[in-house]
Design a protein around this ligand. Structure first.
Ligand SMILES: [Zn+2]
Length: 254
């Protein structure tokens, strides 16, 4: 069974002018499916088109909380329209980012509006959250969001991860866990139940340690898998099988 990269941005031509070669390498590395996370409206068309052309690419359109200046007031209406039409696996990436200097009230508004859109379309969400996990958790609870989803490149505490899991979310681990200095997140990844973990690369960002300073690529996903299995002292095959099954279940992949 192939691995699933639950979060990458290989659709962005500026970063991946060699898109076809990147897909081939990913395939050779054992990656069977890739989820393309949305950033802003301009990119949605390509996400959707790619997911129609190739059944192993999956579209998750959404409005990223740190790119506010790209977003327009009618983007939400368009997001509603395309999510209700079907053919997308999640709304993403959406959330709260308190690490950057972006108006928090506006982030909150956009996050909640997109949770409503996901709920209406019965879709899970891909969450992008930095330094705002308690606020994101409180929002999910207050909105009674029940669609679940994936907390992408998780960077919070074990307790926060457990709260997300309690709300029906999977925790996604990325290249960060390949760095010895990432003690906190390595501990979280080793202590959570395997039934709640999925894998991602977040390409072109967060390259694993062996590719430090390079552009990240879905072909490096086995390095995230290997690091996770080593941290947990578990069999690589078993970790691969279960993380893939988890991703398929939460995103309702074919
Ligand atoms: Zn991303």
């Amino acid at each position: 069974m192939g691995l699933i990269d639950t979060h990458c941005h290989i659709d962005i031509k500026r970063h991946f002018p060699d898109f076809e070669a990147v897909l081939e390498e990913a395939c050779r590395a054992g990656v069977s499916d890739m989820v393309l996370a949305g950033v802003h409206r301009t990119g949605w068309h390509r996400l959707l088109e790619l997911s129609i052309q190739r059944r192993y690419l999956h579209a998750a359109p959404g409005l990223h909380p740190i790119y506010m200046k790209y977003h327009h007031s009618d983007d939400l209406k368009e997001l509603s329209r395309i999510t209700e039409k079907g053919g997308v696996v999640a709304v993403g990436e959406i959330g709260l980012d308190y690490q950057v200097d972006v108006d928090r009230a506006i982030q909150q508004q956009l996050f909640e509006a997109q949770l409503d859109i996901a709920s209406k379309a019965s879709l899970p969400v891909l969450l992008h959250v930095r330094k705002a996990h308690d606020q994101a958790l409180a929002t999910l609870r207050r909105k009674r969001f029940s669609g679940g989803g994936i907390v992408h490149a998780f960077n919070g505490s074990l307790q926060q991860a457990e709260h997300y899991i309690g709300l029906g979310f999977m925790i996604s681990v990325c290249g960060t866990i390949t760095y010895e200095r990432s003690r906190k997140i390595r501990r979280v990844a080793s202590e959570l139940p395997l039934s709640s973990l999925v894998l991602e690369t977040d390409s072109p960002d967060i390259p694993p340690a062996q590719h430090y300073g390079e552009r990240n690529s879905p072909a490096y996903l086995p390095e995230v898998l290997g690091a996770l299995a080593r941290l947990r002292a578990e069999d690589v095959e078993e970790v691969a099988t279960l993380t893939t099954a988890n991703a398929r279940k939460i995103l309702i992949l074919p």
